[in-house]
Design a protein around this ligand. Structure first.
Ligand code: ZN
Length: 256
């Protein structure tokens, strides 16, 4: 069986600077995600962070990546434009991308999606209920009608995104807001999944439902094809009669 090669990308700044976050994710959010994904025999998982040369996302690494997961928050603007361009190109060629939580404002997501991706937010440790609105979708496999996160940061509408190709989760928050929490798009040959949960001061990535959704999303987002961009001039398959008399030479080669 071919394993899905996953690269878990994390900014890895809060975990080193904030004691609360450090306590929850002593080795970083990327480590926690790698840990639960690695339990799946069909996945081979490596990590990369902003601190590595080229943020750990070199041509070679991306060539060996089927699905990239992205967590970032306070350093979106520190991500090198060349790296963003490279990841963007790989998605269009077929690489899957899973954008988590505050990754909604990352350069990569905003470039691929094409809108500002802004939203309303509040940090009040409130209850979130995520409704599964597409029970037949591969990403919601094993999730019931809904699941809850006892303490979450609120993200509310309007979420400035283009209408998703498929919307699989809608969140309700204790404070009254709703949010499109699980959104699927296709860009070029690549699949993109945005998943809302994941605030750094709550132990969200240890929640079994969150882990199940991300695991499902990796399987859903794996590439079907890998096709580099090209725009060739081509010879016709059938013989085309010359029509100089009627239409001039536009588009018709001399030898025909
Ligand atoms: Zn957050």
């Amino acid at each position: 069986m071919d394993q899905i090669r996953v690269t878990v990308w994390n900014e890895f700044i809060h975990e080193q600077e904030n004691d609360t976050v450090k306590k929850i994710y002593p080795h970083g959010i990327h480590y926690a995600i790698q840990e639960f994904l690695s339990k799946n025999k069909d996945m081979r998982v490596q990590t990369a962070t902003i601190h590595q040369p080229e943020h750990g996302l070199t041509e070679e690494i991306l060539k060996e990546t089927d699905v990239l997961t992205w967590w970032g928050h306070i350093a979106h603007d520190k991500v090198d434009d060349e790296v963003v361009k490279r990841c963007h190109k790989r998605v269009l060629e077929g690489m899957g991308l899973i954008v988590l939580h505050s990754g909604h404002y990352s350069k990569l997501f905003r470039t691929l999606i094409g809108t500002n991706c802004s939203l309303r937010w509040r940090e009040a440790a409130e209850r979130e209920r995520l409704w599964n609105v597409e029970p037949s979708h591969p990403i919601t496999l094993g999730i019931g009608e809904y699941f809850e996160i006892p303490n979450a940061e609120m993200y509310g509408e309007r979420f400035d995104i283009p209408t998703p190709d498929q919307l699989v989760f809608i969140s309700w928050f204790e404070g009254g807001e709703v949010f499109r929490s699980g959104c699927c798009w296709q860009r070029g040959h690549g699949k993109i999944f945005y998943f809302r949960p994941g605030h750094e001061t709550y132990p969200i990535f240890y929640n079994q439902h969150v882990q199940q959704v991300i695991t499902n999303a990796v399987r859903w987002a794996k590439p079907v094809v890998r096709i580099s961009d090209y725009c060739p001039e081509v010879d016709p398959i059938e013989k085309i009669e010359a029509r100089e008399g009627e239409y001039g030479k536009a588009g018709v080669r001399q030898q025909f």
